[in-house]
Structures are given as structure tokens and as C-alpha cells.
Design a protein around this ligand. Structure first.
Ligand SMILES: Cc1cc2nc3c(=O)[nH]c(=O)nc-3n(C[C@H](O)[C@H](O)[C@H](O)COP(=O)(O)OP(=O)(O)OC[C@H]3O[C@@H](n4cnc5c(N)ncnc54)[C@H](O)[C@@H]3O)c2cc1C
Ligand code: SF4
Ligand code: SF4
Length: 421
């Protein structure tokens, strides 16, 4: 079966024989508090059996699971590790121009976690700049570059829309980012800025409610985990149900060391514990190790070490070693450039076309501090390494204990056992 071949082609991580059911993803990832709310399981399910719980914003089964295994295989905290989408032959340009990684040692923890040796630098980079949009949209996080790139791609007819994150309309959810397909420059501008919550973004690849051409072309702006998953899903050919992974022609990764649970961060730690008036907030930023919250009138609401907010960070982010968004066409972040500018890594030819379309709308110069990117990447990998090492050492909750499972229940039909949990 296709799914099993895909699993074999992944990275040699111990997997159970035969079918893997949604309940196993639920036990090993969602209930174990390792889910990073990327929405990949929703997007990959060919029978549209997985939805997003309104209550928890986590994946839930909405109809029968067929045991096709794809949700497990493509979950970045389940069977998928992003080295599968990052070929060892990827050229490395720039600071660490040396690395060719042989995929020959599955016991090498760096390979298992990141798909490369620790000195793999910035990944594939064709061009890199510090960039600022000549006309920065209101609310832009840094240089307004992501919005400018998307507006230019739309104007050039290279995309019909962009999956971005806009503020929720729900008055009970102030400052919550929700995934949305923007199909006009005005919508892209209205979605500028960073929301420090994950949005189950790839569930938004169900494009059926939008008025789009029969063969739509869309861009996705996402955290690196979301971009890894898109690349992995695009590397195989099978039906992905309602979700149009095939329509994604441009990916922009936002550099990311961690994201947060919306309620934990915005409602509990900021509103309830610190008395922040969320309705008045104009910008939330995590920068230079600090959580900065500013009101729209410029008054500073919070300026504290980000570690004070780690209780609301997603636990699954600790395992992530891809700060730099290596799988994307373009990576954009604040680290490496002065305030008000964005660091841009152009990684692929598609990224180069998108960047040159937007060039007339951008001011650019050399990156101010490329070393800062390498340094934070190394730190991020170290955290991931430590976190996964602990998972491997304790053998839980990364994988269900299949040996024990088989001894107890036999090999014939595991579904009733799992369903009973
Ligand atoms: C959770 C998170 C963590 C980040 N961590 C870092 C970091 O550690 N270091 C660093 O250098 N940069 C980080 N960034 C990136 C940084 O905050 C800016 O997004 C980036 O510099 C682009 O700024 P800009 O002004 O060019 O983009 P803008 O023109 O402001 O556009 C930003 C785009 O990102 C989209 N977006 C906003 N929130 C999300 C989200 N949660 N998920 C997906 N898309 C979203 C918006 O809809 C918009 O299209 C992070 C961003 C996020 C969302
Ligand atoms: S991490 Fe992503 S793919 Fe895995 S269970 Fe959570 S939403 Fe689904
Ligand atoms: S830290 Fe990694 S896993 Fe967490 S949101 Fe960012 S890219 Fe995704």
C-alpha cells in the first residue's frame, strides 16, 4: 500500500507493522501534549475524517478512520521527520559552504532530528538580504516583506491567493490568529503582523469555500513545521481529500523557535495574570529573548524575559530543530537585521522569482548579522536534541509500545483495542 511505501521512504524511525489508526496519533501526539497544531493530519487525510475541535483547537476524528496511516506518517511529531523533505544533496551556500550529508547513519541523532550535521549553516540559500518594504502595511511585524512579496505575486498573476493568518472575528478571542486565504492585496495587508499562536493552518488548504479558478495557485505563509509538512505531502502523489496541497506553488517560512497556546498566553498570562488590556494591543513580539507587548498608542504593556511565558509555549516546539525554515522557497524573520527590517533567505528558484517580482517594492541591503541566525539555529537544535534524547531514553511518549501491544492483543486487528482507550 502506498502509505506504507511512503513510511519506508521516510527515515528509518521504528514504526509499527501494518496499519496505524488516528487513535494512535491521538495517544502518541495529541494526548501526550506534543501536537504543534500544524493541521497536517487534517490536510493529508484522504477521507476527510479529521477535523479541528472547536473546543480545544486540536485535531479530532469527525468520521470513521480507515486506518490508512497517513495522518501518523505525515505528522511532524509522529512518523515524519523533515529530513525526508530535505534531500542530503541540498547545496549549502554562505557561511558553512561545505556540508554534503550522507544519509548513511540512522543512529546519528543529528540526522534523525535535523537531517544534517550540526554545522549545516543556513541550509540552501541562493541570496540573502536585510529587507524593508518601501510601503510597509500598518501592523507589519518587521519590514513588511512577507506582505510585499505576496502582493507582488498576486499582481504578477503567479498566485490566486495566499494562506495567511488574520485576527479572529470572535469577540471572545481577541488577538487570536486564524488561518485565512487572502485573495486581494487589501486582505493581505489586513493580515500583516505576527500572531504567536499556531492556527492548524494546513486545515485551511480546503479551498472549496473560496471563489478560485479550477486549478488554483496559492502561496502559504507558515511556521517551518508547516512548510516541512507541505514539502513532504507534495513529495508523493495521492489524493488528499478536500485539501489542495497540489495548489501550493510558493512557500514562505517565518523563522520560529517556538509558538504558544492562545488561551495560555493571551488570556491567562497576559490578560488575567498581568492585566493587559488585549483589546488595546497593537503588537506582540518575541525578540532578543524578551516578550514585548505594545498598545496601539505606543504605550508599553509588557517587556519581560520570554522565559516567564514558557508555561504557555507549545511543548512540541521543544522537539523542533528547524528554526530557519529550510524547506521553504523563502525564509523571513527578524533575527539578523536591525529593527524595522526583515532578514530574507531566498532558497529556491521559485523564491527567486517571487523576490524579483517584488523587488521594485523593496529596500534592501546586506544582512546586518548573519551570524545571529546561525547562532540561534544552533541553540534551537541543541534544545531539540536534548528534548528528543529524553524521549528516546524514556521511550515514551514518542511511540506506543508496540511490542507490548502485540504481546497483549496479538497482531490481527488492533483497532478495537485502540478505540477502547
Ligand atoms: C509563532 C512565530 C514565531 C516567530 N519566531 C521568530 C523568531 O524566533 N525569530 C525571528 O527572527 N522571527 C520570528 N518570527 C517571524 C517574525 O515575527 C515575522 O513574522 C517576520 O519577520 C516577517 O515579518 P514581516 O514584517 O516581513 O511580515 P509581515 O508583512 O508582517 O507579514 C507576516 C505574515 O505572517 C503571517 N502570520 C502571522 N502569524 C502567523 C502564524 N502564527 N502562522 C502563520 N503565519 C502567520 C501573516 O498573516 C502575514 O502574512 C516568528 C513568527 C511567528 C508567527
Ligand atoms: S502535530 Fe500537526 S499533524 Fe501532528 S497531530 Fe498535531 S496538528 Fe496533526
Ligand atoms: S518551533 Fe518549530 S514546531 Fe513550533 S511552531 Fe515553530 S516551527 Fe513549528
Amino acid at each position: 500500500m502506498k502509505a506504507y511505501r511512503i513510511r519506508d521512504e521516510l527515515n528509518g524511525i521504528a514504526e509499527p507493522p501494518g496499519k496505524t489508526w488516528f487513535w494512535e496519533l491521538e495517544a502518541g501526539v495529541i494526548d501526550a501534549d506534543r501536537c504543534i497544531q500544524c493541521g497536517t493530519c487534517v490536510a493529508v487525510c484522504p477521507s476527510n475524517s479529521i477535523g479541528v475541535s472547536e473546543d480545544t483547537q486540536l485535531p479530532e476524528l469527525v468520521k470513521m478512520c480507515t486506518g490508512c496511516s497517513l495522518c501518523w506518517d505525515f505528522c511532524p511529531r509522529g512518523g515524519f521527520r523533515y529530513e525526508a523533505a530535505w534531500p542530503p544533496s541540498t547545496p549549502v551556500v554562505g557561511e558553512a559552504e561545505t556540508t554534503t550529508v550522507e544519509r548513511d547513519d540512522p543512529s546519528d541523532p543529528y540526522w534523525r532530528i535535523t537531517g544534517a550535521a550540526p554545522e549545516a549553516g543556513l541550509g540552501a540559500v541562493l541570496e540573502s538580504y536585510a529587507v524593508r518594504a518601501a510601503s510597509r502595511p500598518d501592523g507589519a511585524q518587521d519590514g513588511g516583506v512577507v506582505s510585499a512579496l505576496l502582493i507582488a505575486a498576486l499582481a504578477a498573476g503567479d498566485i490566486d491567493g495566499a494562506l495567511v493568518t488574520r485576527p479572529s472575528d470572535d469577540p471572545d478571542e481577541p488577538w487570536k490568529g486564524v488561518a485565512h486565504l487572502a485573495t486581494s492585496a487589501a486582505e493581505i495587508r489586513a493580515s500583516a503582523g505576527s500572531f504567536y499562536n499556531q492556527t492548524m493552518a494546513l486545515a485551511g488548504l480546503d479551498l472549496s469555500r473560496y471563489d478560485l479558478p479550477a486549478k488554483p495557485k496559492i502561496a502559504v505563509v507558515g511556521t517551518p513545521c508547516e512548510i516541512q509538512a507541505i514539502r513532504a505531502m507534495q513529495s508523493g502523489a495521492w489524493s488528499t481529500g478536500a485539501h489542495r496541497v497540489d495548489a501550493v506553488v510558493l512557500t514562505i517560512a517565518l523563522l520560529c523557535t517556538k509558538s504558544f497556546d492562545y488561551r495560555g498566553l493571551m488570556l491567562q498570562l497576559l490578560r488575567d495574570d498581568r492585566g493587559v488590556d488585549i483589546e488595546r494591543v497593537g503588537k506582540v513580539d518575541v525578540i532578543r529573548g524578551r516578550m514585548i507587548v505594545e498598545y496601539r498608542d505606543g504605550e508599553m504593556a509588557v517587556d519581560e524575559p520570554v522565559k516567564h511565558f514558557h508555561g504557555a509555549a507549545l511543548k512540541g516546539c521543544d522537539e523542533c530543530a528547524d528554526f530557519l525554515g529550510r524547506g521553504a522557497d523563502l525564509s523571513v524573520g527578524s533575527v539578523g537585521s536591525i529593527d524595522g527590517w526583515s532578514s530574507v533567505l531566498v532558497r529556491t528558484e521559485r523564491g527567486r522569482v517571487a523576490f524579483s517580482n517584488a523587488r521594485g517594492r523593496l529596500d534592501l541591503r546586506e544582512l546586518d548579522d548573519p551570524g545571529a541566525l546561525v547562532k540561534l539555529d544552533a541553540f534551537d537544535r541543541k534544545v531539540a536534541f536534548g528534548s528528543l534524547r529524553r524521549e528516546f531514553d524514556t521511550a515514551a511518549p514518542l511511540f506506543i509500545d508496540y511490542e507490548e501491544h502485540l504481546r497483549t492483543y496479538g497482531d490481527t486487528d488492533r483497532s478495537p483495542v485502540v478505540a477502547d482507550r
